[in-house]
Design a protein around this ligand. Structure first.
Ligand code: CUA
Length: 371
């Protein structure tokens, strides 16, 4: 009960199902409250009668032998009204719970519609991976979401990001629904953000889906809910519900290649250029992608806009590019991560590459420019 109450606080780490902000989560909360009320009532009634009986019909201890204490109380057999009552009452309770559960399933489990123009709906494909989340932005408001090349024209490339999901809020009477298509690249995972919707499994070889929609902007946290290996506990989810215009700005940025313009001042920094060269020469590129460069790996998070994310390593460590002391990179978590990810997230699929100090520093300087 204490844990439950703690979970209801207003903190951003709120994982309580009793504080929903989206219709599927509300349906689940309503069902949970009803089930808790019914089972709670039964629990209290049964335990109450039990305790009453124990206390009321105790054998008196002081007198030792009480005449007639060993005699059995009158036994009741074959009372039709009682038999009918205690068969019908539980059956009725179960029947009610079945009906309400079925209605909740109906409300929660909405198959994704076809995207169409003006539907204000966001479609994202979520791929569960050991041990992070990949988000591919598919459609918004009926339009396919595509990466934009250096010439400002849309390409065929998808927009992919990791771990932090940005979605628009329903504002001004317009409902903006979010449909997630859930897949797995390796083992079973489960995507769950309790205040937005229930958990849904990501199963290899199978496609599941879930939906939510909220008019309350903010950060909603969740995690993987299916044991999936060593770092299951560190497969954290952050859902940022932005105002529609903030979301559009975020999406515009994500669609851009690494550096939108060739005259970007960052390109003039010698050490950043060296860092890019080192990055592209290392095996980083066989797993990571940076759009607009030869790095096209697909097994690890897309780094094109790494610095637009507030956390690294699937929500494990904070990431704020403005906090990095360039004169003392040793303090930066990003450097520690690049130097040896196994120290921060043991078992994760990124090895330590044994980079020279200079290469490592330069690569971090380069990564810092991927905003
Ligand atoms: Cu993924 Cu647990």
């Amino acid at each position: 009960m204490i844990l439950l109450l703690l979970g209801m606080g207003p903190s951003t780490e709120n994982l309580s199902i009793f504080d929903p902000v989206s219709p599927p989560a509300e349906s689940i909360r309503n069902l949970s409250v009803l089930v808790l009320a019914i089972t709670g009532f039964i629990f209290i009634a049964v335990e109450g009668i039990l305790i009453y009986s124990i206390v009321r019909f105790r054998r008196p201890a002081a007198t030792g032998v009480t005449p007639g204490a060993d005699a059995e109380p009158p036994q009741v057999y074959g009372s039709k009204p009682i038999e009918i009552a205690w068969t019908a009452a539980p059956a009725l309770v179960v029947f009610v719970l079945v009906l309400v559960s079925a209605r909740t399933l109906w409300e929660v489990n909405v198959p994704p519609p076809e995207p169409r123009a003006g539907d204000n709906t966001l479609f994202v494909t979520v791929v569960g991976r050991q041990w992070w989340w990949e988000y591919q932005y598919d459609h918004y408001n009926g339009r396919p979401i595509r990466a934009v090349g250096p010439d400002g024209k849309e390409t065929e490339l998808p927009v992919i990001t990791a771990n932090e999901l940005h979605v628009p809020t329903s504002a001004g009477g317009v409902s903006r629904r979010v449909f997630l298509t859930l897949k797995s690249a390796d083992v079973c995972h489960s995507f769950g953000v309790p205040r937005l919707a229930g958990k849904t499994d990501l199963i290899p070889g199978r496609t599941n889906s879930m939906w939510f929609q909220t008019d309350q902007p903010g950060l909603y946290v969740g995690q993987c809910y299916e044991y999936c290996g060593t770092q299951h506990a560190n497969m954290l989810i952050r859902v940022y519900v932005d105002s529609p215009s903030d979301f559009q700005n975020w999406l515009d940025l994500q669609q851009q290649d690494r550096w939108p313009k060739q005259d970007d001042p960052r390109l003039r920094d010698e050490r950043v250029r060296e860092g890019e060269k080192a990055f592209l020469a290392q095996s980083c590129v066989s797993c990571h992608a940076v759009r607009g460069t030869p790095a096209k790996g697909k097994y690890a998070p897309d780094l094109t806009h790494l610095m637009s994310r507030r956390t690294l390593a699937s929500g494990m460590i904070a990431n704020d590019p403005d906090d990095y002391p360039l004169d003392n990179l040793k303090k930066s978590k990003l450097l520690a991560w690049v130097a040896d990810p196994q120290k921060i997230k043991p078992g994760c699929l990124m090895p330590a590459f044994g980079l020279s100090d200079r290469d490592r520093d330069n690569i971090v300087r380069y990564l810092l420019t991927l905003r």
